[in-house]
Ligand binder design. Structure first.
Ligand code: NAD
Ligand code: UD1
Length: 335
């Protein structure tokens, strides 16, 4: 298939690009480079020895999308582009709704005008809000606690409405849990801007000596050791899940929401221990009060992905940590 990746030079999109090319698909990428670099397309080509044409532009530009879809004879869209920082979304909600919701409407408009009807969308476990039971399955009630999460929920609902309007549409909303890790080539990985908000990149920077110590937000949760528990999933497992989702979407029109996680939760202290062991470095930490909006535990029920997509996460926590460490200390992660 010919697949257009929006946000394909970003963290998750770039790993999915490699998987798609290695599976024999052709790709084109559209990215406005607001949170990534042009050279990532070259790295995707280095790894795969295949073409990864990059169109630098914004998903809100419907005419550019139409032109790109026609020029590259696109059959399906993987939609990664969007803004993703929870805290920032409270400060600049309008930008979040423009980039995420309006951007998706622009893509749907372009798809409608060009006859493309398949999309795999990057949703998030954030649409479950405060977990009411664990593990979280796809029937769990959805809610939002911030503009970022609400933008994901709005998009899911828009896709559901559009799917109901005509049987041709095929949408899969992949609800990611906590993607971490990097490509084994060390050429692709997560490049957070400024101080990382998320745990794994922060730990990696502490291990590397870039930051003095990790602040652990809360040690009084009702978990095994009092620290927050999450479902960390290797980004390459996540990327492979997209390939399976693309196949499924192609054969099963309609609207589907599917969790991508491992089904296993790890606490912050377990992550610190695993990363220290993988890197051989000490990771100093101190306990601090809970971070506002955080939940004690969140992990996925993965039966739906196992059954429908014939997919399950295979890579270990050790592999998540070693690949992050290799990326962190390698030459390509330096901006
Ligand atoms: P990322 O920031 O690394 O990648 C997103 C890419 O989209 C970037 O390259 C950015 O330049 C581009 N982009 C943003 N707005 C755009 C626009 N208007 N037009 C064109 N390009 C635009 O983020 P990521 O971690 O790779 O996340 C990919 C998707 O997955 C996002 O939609 C995110 O919300 C979702 N997601 C991520 C996580 C996570 O923990 N990383 C978890 C759940 C869901
Ligand atoms: C993040 C997103 C959420 C998204 C989810 C899955 C934020 C605020 N939330 O949340 O929208 O759905 O990923 O992609 O970005 N922690 C520390 N110290 C740190 C950083 C984190 O102790 O410096 C703890 C947190 O309290 C939490 C765990 O580590 O218990 C994981 O945090 P994080 O990586 O930010 O992920 P989520 O909280 O799951």
């Amino acid at each position: 298939m010919n697949v257009l990746l929006t946000g394909g030079t970003g963290y998750i999109g770039s790993h999915a690009a490699v998987c798609l090319l290695q599976a024999g698909h052709n790709i084109a990428i559209i990215d406005n480079l607001s949170n990534s670099q042009e050279l990532v397309a070259g790295r995707i080509e280095n790894i795969t020895q295949k073409k990864a044409p990059l169109i630098v532009g914004d998903i809100c530009d419907t005419n550019l999308l139409i032109q790109t879809i026609q020029e590259h004879r696109i059959d399906a869209i993987m939609h990664f582009a969007g803004l993703k920082a929870v805290g920032e979304s409270n400060a600049i909600p309008i930008s979040y709704y423009i980039n995420n919701v309006q951007g998706t409407l622009s893509i749907l408009n372009a798809m409608d005008q060009t006859g493309v009807s398949t999309m795999v969308f990057s949703s998030s476990a954030t649409v479950y809000g405060e977990p009411q039971y664990l593990p979280i399955d796809e029937h769990h009630p959805t809610s939002a606690t911030n503009p970022y999460g609400r933008s994901k929920l709005h998009i899911e609902e828009i896709l559901s409405d559009v799917a109901k309007s005509d049987k041709k549409w095929s949408f899969i909303c992949l609800r990611y849990f906590n993607p971490v890790g990097a490509h084994h080539s060390m050429q692709l990985g997560e490049q957070p801007n400024g101080v990382p908000n998320n745990l794994m990149p922060y730990i990696a920077q502490v291990a590397h000596g870039i930051r003095a110590q990790l602040s652990i937000f809360g040690n009084d949760y009702l978990t095994t050791d009092g620290t927050g528990v999450r479902d960390y999933i290797h980004v390459m497992d996540l990327a492979e899940g997209h390939l399976c989702a693309l196949d499924y979407a192609h054969q099963h029109p309609g609207w589907h929401a599917i969790n991508l996680g491992t089904g296993t939760g790890h606490s912050v202290l377990e992550m610190v221990t695993a990363f220290a062991s993988a890197s051989g470095m000490e990771i100093p930490y101190q306990f601090e009060p809970r971070r506002s909006g955080d939940v004690a535990s969140c992990y996925a029920k993965t039966d739906k992905a196992n059954k429908l997509l014939q997919w399950s996460a295979k890579r270990s926590l050790e592999s998540m940590c070693t690949s992050t460490w290799a990326w962190q200390t390698g030459e390509f992660s330096q901006k």
